[in-house]
Design a protein around this ligand. Structure first.
Ligand code: AMP
Length: 435
């Protein structure tokens, strides 16, 4: 019996493959390309990378994500060892805020603009676009309550999808205002739902008690119908909050970032304030959320800070991004192909090839060779499989003449190239005919 990966996790292999659920898993070179693109966008927007541990104290997540959330209630991979409670991080905002406070990043001066890429873990029911180990990239802009930070966060998020050629996205935005006005909203919301109490699902009834705003997240059609005329947050927020929201909308318009207002878009917890947003792709079906985020001006205090640290950020799922790339038929560059494959015939040639391979690699070439002592025919087949531009054939005659037989794999033409001009020849990608 051999081992299988854990359900809800997946391997990223040199080649693409289809998983049990029928989803294409992109090869490692495409993951790298996407990660490089994310890093490139982040650098254009002047963000610095932050890397925090996969393991965090469970209490950080319980507080930072919120006791009443599904994540903390039922999706944490948490365990105890000795006296410490560990959790595999289910998201990265709380860890980033922890690191910010622990290392006093505010002392670097100015606004801290941070991004991350890495794995997250949630014990969810695995399905297409929903995994137990998945990957997020995201941004946290910390230390400012300026509306430009909200607009810039949203612009960074959409810039990643634009840079990758994913255009069928839709951005929804809303404002939650500040927590001091939310009680009033929640009262009105609960009053509104009272007559429908019997029609609500078990889940929504539970949420109504613990975390009322989350009722608005329902996916059930009959509940969505009930909610159609529910009170809107925007009618309860303060004038300052409304002005902040108007500024964000104006800035998005200035940047030509299209958006739709969704008065019922929410995040369930108190430390979320003001702007909230979500990016979706129709093409993704049930798991349509590509990325989401918002302002969280109260989180630092929830995590023990004496001072408020106004901040805004987003988190995006890499697996969903790949689904959107597939849906948009975007082809990404694959792995770098070998410049040259060196076939060796006989023991002496093998030694020469092994040594010369190193020299060519030191010169920056991508060189492949046989490590199994196979026949020339098998080596030529391997050269084809590796898609090398050239194959060098080295046997006794070549060693004696100090010239390599070079085959141009595209044209099939062959020529003799002196050993001493090999690097030059291969680096300049000369055609064999020109020798
Ligand atoms: P959240 O932290 O729940 O707001 O999630 C942010 C983004 O991460 C979502 O929009 C998804 O793209 C992605 N995501 C969240 N949970 C999962 C999961 N279990 N599997 C894959 N992607 C996920």
């Amino acid at each position: 019996m051999t081992f299988q990966n854990i359900k809800g996790t997946f391997d990223i292999l040199p080649d693409a493959y289809t998983d049990e659920g029928g989803t294409r898993v992109a090869p490692s070179a495409e993951w790298r390309y996407v990660e490089d693109t994310v890093r490139d966008v982040m650098s254009r927007y002047n963000l610095d990378e932050i890397r925090t541990p996969i393991l965090e104290p469970t209490e950080l997540v319980a507080r930072g994500v919120g006791e009443s959330t599904d994540i903390v209630q039922k999706e944490m991979f948490a365990f105890k060892r000795g006296d410490t409670n560990y959790v595999l991080r289910p998201e990265v905002t709380a860890p980033v805020v922890r690191a910010f406070l622990q290392h006093h990043l505010e002392q670097r001066g100015g606004v801290q603009k941070l991004f991350y890429i890495g794995p997250c873990f949630r014990a969810e029911q695995p399905q297409k676009g929903r995994y137990r180990q998945f990957h997020q990239f995201g941004v946290e802009i910390m230390g400012t309550d300026d509306a430009r930070a909200d607009a810039e966060t949203i612009a960074i998020m959409t810039a990643v999808y634009d840079a990758l050629g994913i255009s069928d996205t839709s951005l929804r935005i809303n404002t939650l205002g500040r927590p001091d006005r939310r009680e009033e909203y929640i009262d009105a919301f609960q009053d509104y739902l009272e007559p429908y109490a019997d029609e609500l699902s078990e889940t929504s009834r539970r949420r109504l008690e613990r975390n009322p705003l989350r009722v608005l997240d329902t996916k059930l059609e009959h509940e969505q119908a009930i909610l159609q005329d529910a009170p809107k947050l925007i009618d309860f927020v303060s004038d300052e909050s409304r002005a902040h929201y108007d500024r964000v909308k104006g800035l998005l318009a200035d940047l030509d970032v299209p958006y739709e207002e969704d008065p019922y878009l929410v995040r369930g917890l108190d430390y979320y304030t003001e702007t909230t947003f979500e990016l979706e792709s129709e093409a993704l079906g049930a798991q349509s959320a590509l990325a989401g985020g918002g302002r969280y001006d109260r989180l630092a205090e929830v995590l023990g800070s004496d001072e408020p640290v106004p901040a805004v950020g987003f988190a995006a799922g890499m697996e969903r991004l790949f689904l959107a790339l597939d849906a948009a038929d975007v082809t990404l560059p694959g792995a770098r192909q070998a410049d040259v494959f060196i076939a060796a015939l006989g023991e002496e040639a093998e030694r020469w090839v092994f040594r010369t391979t190193q020299e060519l690699r030191d010169a920056g070439l991508h060189v492949a060779l046989d490590l199994k002592g196979r026949s020339l025919k098998a080596q030529m087949k391997e050269a084809n499989r590796q898609n090398a531009d050239y194959t060098l054939i080295i046997g006794g005659n070549e060693l004696e003449a100090e010239e390599a037989t070079v085959k141009d794999m595209k044209s099939g033409e062959q020529a003799a190239v002196p050993f001493k001009s090999l690097v030059e020849f291969l680096k300049e990608e000369r055609s064999v005919e020109a020798v």
